[in-house]
Design a protein around this ligand. Structure first.
Ligand code: SF4
Length: 305
């Protein structure tokens, strides 16, 4: 089947089964094109709670589909590729986090939403890249263990100096690869371009940026900034949304291979198969759902950013 035929079949099946397709901004263009909703991980999970569909097909990495299941336990949540995992999330396990907490003593565990569900079950509060600063600032507790991204954690540390923040040694392989040299070269080639980077980028790169923000934050920044050229520091899938909203603007991505290979595992074929056969369902036991829901709900209850 060619792409057009596959897309038609997926859209027909989706209607018949009362399913909804959610796609992260880092998915391949074909998937983003037929998705009902595109967004970042938490926005998608939040949207899922508002829908009345029986099936949610989550096109993203596994922790995102798990978060959707935690927030919508009565729905069937499918992920088209079970091995679409996030290497950053895999850099912290529940046991390692508990061990570190024991070593540190009285410490609040702040987990980036990019953690696997078992880590969320032992976390005090979650955060996203969009609200991490606000979440940490809102805490009464002084000492925080920030899991698992050291770059986002160091960014939060800079913004909230009054807290004692212990960083986990994790990183996103896509953003970690950005270098000052890459960025300098791009700035020389495009001197009028504004630079917008994700806080998962290394500190030296963040320091050269005009804007630091989450995927949604970068999209909003580009939409409202009256400039024609932008240097973007995040996964290249974001270009789909940026170009849809800003057809006249030009974009240059930092790094030679700013591609999350896990995000790109999902194809039209795998999406079609998952929906047709209703396979690769995210299954979580009740206790896990209850425990993981608490830090997510605590995050949602603080001021929304
Ligand atoms: S881009 Fe980085 S943080 Fe996002 S899913 Fe891929 S590895 Fe994980």
């Amino acid at each position: 089947m060619n792409s057009k035929e596959l897309k038609d079949k997926i859209l027909k099946l989706k209607k018949e089964k009362n399913a909804v397709i959610l796609a992260h901004y880092y998915q391949i263009n074909d998937i983003q094109e037929i998705a009902d909703i595109r967004g970042d991980s938490l926005a998608l999970a939040r949207e899922a709670t508002k829908l009345s569909s029986d099936i949610i097909v989550f096109c993203g990495v596994r922790f995102m589909a798990e978060t959707a299941k935690v927030l919508c336990p009565d729905r069937k949540v499918l992920i088209p590729e079970m091995d679409s995992v996030c290497p950053l999330a895999d850099m912290a396990t529940r046991e390692e986090v508990l061990k570190k907490k024991e070593e540190l003593g009285n410490t609040t565990i702040v987990s980036y939403v990019n953690t696997n569900v078992d880590v969320k079950t032992v976390s005090d509060i979650c955060c996203t890249s969009a609200n991490a600063v606000n979440v940490v600032r809102s805490l009464d507790e002084k000492r925080v263990l920030f899991v698992p991204d050291r770059n986002l954690g160091s960014y939060v540390k800079e913004q909230v100096p009054e807290k004692e923040i212990v960083l986990w040694d994790g990183y996103c392989p896509v953003h970690e690869e950005y270098s000052v040299e890459n960025l300098k070269k791009l700035k020389e080639e495009h001197p009028n371009a504004k630079v917008a980077v994700h806080p998962e980028s290394p500190k030296a790169v963040r320091e050269m940026a005009d804007f630091i923000g989450s995927t949604s934050g970068i999209i909003n920044y580009v939409n409202k900034t009256d400039t024609d050229e932008f240097i973007i520091g995040t996964e290249e899938g974001i270009l789909y949304e940026l170009r849809v909203n800003n057809p006249g603007k030009k974009f240059y991505i930092i790094g030679s291979k700013s591609i999350c290979t896990n995000m790109k595992k999902i194809t039209l074929e795998s999406l079609y198969k998952a929906l047709k056969d209703e396979i690769y369902e995210i299954k979580l036991d009740e206790e896990t759902i209850e425990l993981a829901k608490k830090p997510i709900e605590r995050m949602v209850s603080i001021k929304r950013t």
